[in-house]
Design a protein around this ligand. Structure first.
Ligand code: ADP
Length: 397
């Protein structure tokens, strides 16, 4: 392959992108960037491989009504100029839900696209934006092959037991099972674990992906054994604006006794709950950490309480724990959240070095800790780029 790989990660309010050289053993993007503020006031920024800002701008063609199609057109045009005599060869997308059909990266054609459309109800906040971006690239650059890389894929190694709800079997048979998400992030971390843990990487590991969306994954032999998210990306940990695990009776009560519509409940659970709902202040952990309001403190405490309880449950799924890894925005940057979660898990034998933790060092456990505790930056884009390379150069993987 001679051209570059473009990775796209489309959310409701942002479109993140990265450009990788066709062959790069270090898997470092030579351009990364995003369009943020989609639907409000879109802003464009991009950086080079050294993190130097290439551009930070509110282009005149952007408006609050700019669609994903408009923004993708802008991005492809900008990239063409920026890349000079280099060209794009392939585009890889983060697709949140692959259902039961897709576990590995797949080339997107009309049949694949319509199957992915059918999964929109399972990820209503993410999948439509992912697919709108696929369609936009197809409209502007129909010559470019497009590859779907799935957030659910990493978890397909789980035993049936870990995926079942205690529902009538007919419902499980039709696909109402626990899928799990954040698989691209877990895949990346699984890939770098041996660099940090040596042979212990094949042991019992829990990775805590704590970002705006948050989940945990229990791994053995660097494969998913259990995870906190389920049928949709609502389950499990408390998140920025999502509720996490909830007694299903609450949904029935909201429907039957409070007369809320399904659409209102969807908005409540996905967009008005979590850190935002409990604090009434923000979905952003950093803002809450900077606040003196008791509601902010309670929201952080609940986040920590739920995270520690979920983690303890996953230890049972693994039959013990050798290492704990924190990743994503909160996991990589919030010393306070890591310290508080670990403090609740001292009974497991976790002992962290508070100085290393405050400095966001890679290893934050004390030498005497029974469990290694690491802070590792995730890189979903690198996993998408690797997925694309398989299509153009099967021998490269
Ligand atoms: P997304 O799931 O949208 O990719 P990120 O992984 O970027 O989200 O994580 C965003 C979260 O990380 C926000 O809650 C943000 O406040 C939090 N975060 C980032 N930096 C810090 C920090 N220094 N201290 C505390 N929280 C942080």
């Amino acid at each position: 392959m001679t051209g570059d790989i473009l990775t796209l990660n489309a959310g409701s309010s942002s479109l993140k992108f990265a450009v990788f050289a066709p062959k790069d053993s270090k898997q470092t993007a030579h351009i990364t960037g995003k369009i943020a503020g989609i639907g409000r006031a879109p802003e464009f920024s991009a950086r080079d491989a050294n993190g130097m800002l290439l551009v930070s701008d509110q282009p005149t063609v952007f408006s609050p009504t700019s669609t994903h199609e408009d923004l993708v057109a802008f991005l492809l045009d900008w990239l063409e100029h920026q890349l000079g005599n280099r060209t794009l060869a392939i585009v890889g997308h983060r697709i949140v839900h692959g259902g039961q059909t897709f576990s590995q990266p797949v080339r997107i054609d009309d049949t694949v696209l319509s199957e992915l459309d059918g999964l929109v109800p399972l990820a209503p906040l993410h999948q439509p934006h992912n697919l709108a971006t696929v369609r936009a690239v197809a409209a502007w650059r129909p010559d470019l092959p497009q590859i779907a890389c799935f957030d659910t894929g990493f978890h397909r190694t789980q035993d049936t037991l870990a995926t079942l709800f205690a529902l009538p079997r007919a419902l499980s048979d039709e696909g109402i099972i626990r899928y799990g998400f954040h698989g691209l992030s877990y895949d990346y971390i699984a890939g770098v674990l041996p660099d940090h843990l040596g042979p212990k990487a094949e042991g019992r590991i829990i990775v805590a992906h704590l970002g705006n969306g948050a989940s945990m994954c229990a791994m053995r032999n660097r494969q998913s054994v259990a995870t906190s998210m389920g049928f949709t990306a609502l389950d499990g940990l408390m998140m920025g604006s999502r509720c996490g695990a909830l007694d299903p009776g609450v949904v029935l009560y909201l429907l039957q006794s409070k007369g809320m519509s399904p659409a209102e409940i969807e908005t409540l659970l996905y967009e008005k709950s979590g850190l935002l709902g409990v604090s009434g202040i923000s979905n952003n952990m950093q803002v809450l950490e900077d606040s003196d309001a008791p509601q902010a403190l309670e929201a952080i405490d609940l986040f920590v309480h739920r995270a520690a309880s979920t983690l303890a449950g996953l230890v049972a799924a693994l039959g013990g724990l050798d290492a704990l890894v924190f990743t994503a925005g909160i996991g990589e940057n919030s010393a306070r959240v890591r310290r508080s979660i670990c403090a609740r898990l001292e009974w497991l034998g976790i002992a962290i070095d508070h100085v290393a933790n405050e400095r966001n060092e890679t290893r934050i456990s004390m030498d005497a800790s029974a469990i290694d505790v690491l802070v590792l930056p995730t890189n979903e884009e690198a996993v998408i780029a690797a997925g694309c390379r398989r299509f153009v150069e099967p021998s490269a993987v």
